[in-house]
Design a protein around this ligand. Structure first.
Ligand code: NAD
Length: 307
């Protein structure tokens, strides 16, 4: 699969608009379908705002926007698609039904990819007639600024389609990583949520405040994570030291197989985080804007530093 392609994105939300932006910026034609007109109406404004946050100049922004077409008819949206990326709500039945509908109108050769966060790709694709061209592509928010895309195979996925997807993602500047088994949470979310579980437990147990947890991560291993992954770090300090540390600490870490009651209580009390002004921490509108700006600026600078 080479040259400029017809890419279709399903869902014009947070992830869909960023996936569309990524392919349009690289010169591909992108059609975006959404089940609700509101998402399509604001799509181009949303893409334009994200391009601005990335520091893209007006000329490149305008060119990128010309390659994006909002489309309210699913059959039309996928009719000529080489690849479909689904970024609709995280509901298994909705995604399964959506792919059945896509299969009825998309070309037989079209690769079908779901951006689910944690639903097994096998669950989403099991009703398809041709399951060989179906796989997972797990992008990270913001999808136009975070390089990683996990590419997940199922027991049915054709090797050639997996290779095509990996090459396509690399060609638009992403960092594709293969996930060889369709496990819940893939690689990144398993690692991330292992840490979040312990972070919540530390606060729940009165060891420290939520602010302290974040400060410890930000000011310590968070600083080196983008150049030193955990297993390179284990090799750096030595597998013998790693073993000694784990022998002494593992038994003390949270290993409950369900979400913490502390987290459940926050949700029950309506402390939903930034959207309600309070979660683990309290947030003023200024604090929230500050975090968003700092994340965007940090990601932009990292791109230059890590080149
Ligand atoms: N938000 C994240 O950080 C993140 C990261 C990785 C993966 N994901 C996954 O990406 C997917 C989309 O998440 P999001 O954060 O972009 O959600 P979102 O709510 O911002 O966007 C979802 C969009 O899908 C549209 N939609 C609803 N029903 C639809 C249908 N039947 N067909 C097509 N579109 C439909 C909605 O109108 C909305 O515009 C989810 O599976 C989510 O788990 C999210």
């Amino acid at each position: 699969m080479t040259g400029k392609l017809n890419i279709t994105v399903l869902g014009a939300g947070l992830m869909g608009h960023g996936i569309a932006l990524t392919f349009a910026r690289a010169g591909h034609g992108v059609t975006v379908y959404d089940a609700f007109p509101a998402g399509l109406e604001v799509l181009k404004d949303r893409v334009a705002a994200s391009l601005t946050a990335m520091g893209i100049d007006d000329r490149e922004s305008a060119e990128t926007l010309t390659r994006i077409t909002p489309e309210a008819d699913l059959a039309v949206a996928v009719k000529n698609a080489a690849v479909v990326f689904e970024a609709a709500p995280e509901k298994p039945d909705l995604k399964r039904a959506l792919f059945k509908e896509v299969e009825a109108s998309a070309p037989e050769t079209c690769i079908l990819a779901s951006n689910t966060s944690v639903i097994p790709i096998t669950t989403i694709m099991s009703d398809l007639r041709n399951k060989g061209r179906a796989l997972g592509t797990h992008w990270w928010n913001p999808p136009h600024m975070i390089p990683l895309v996990e590419v997940i195979r199922t027991q049915w996925t054709d090797e050639a389609d997996l290779d095509t997807m990996v090459n396509l993602l690399a060609s638009v500047g992403k960092t594709p990583v293969r996930v060889e088994k369709d496990v819940a949470g893939f690689i990144g979310n398993r690692l991330q949520h292992a840490m979040w579980r312990e972070a919540i437990y530390l606060v729940e147990s009165g060891v420290c405040t939520a602010e302290a947890v974040d400060q410890v991560v930000n000011a310590s291993f968070g600083r080196r994570l983008s150049v030193l992954g955990p297993l390179a770090n284990a090799d750096l300090v030595g597998t013998d030291l790693t073993l000694d540390i784990l022998e002494n600490v593992l038994a003390d870490l949270d290993n409950r197989p369900a979400p913490s009651p502390y987290l459940r209580r926050l949700v029950e009390e309506g402390k939903l985080g930034m959207k309600s002004g309070e979660g683990f921490r309290s947030w003023t509108p200024e604090d929230m804007e500050d975090v968003r700006q700092r994340v965007a600026t940090h990601l932009r600078r990292l791109e230059t530093i890590l080149k």
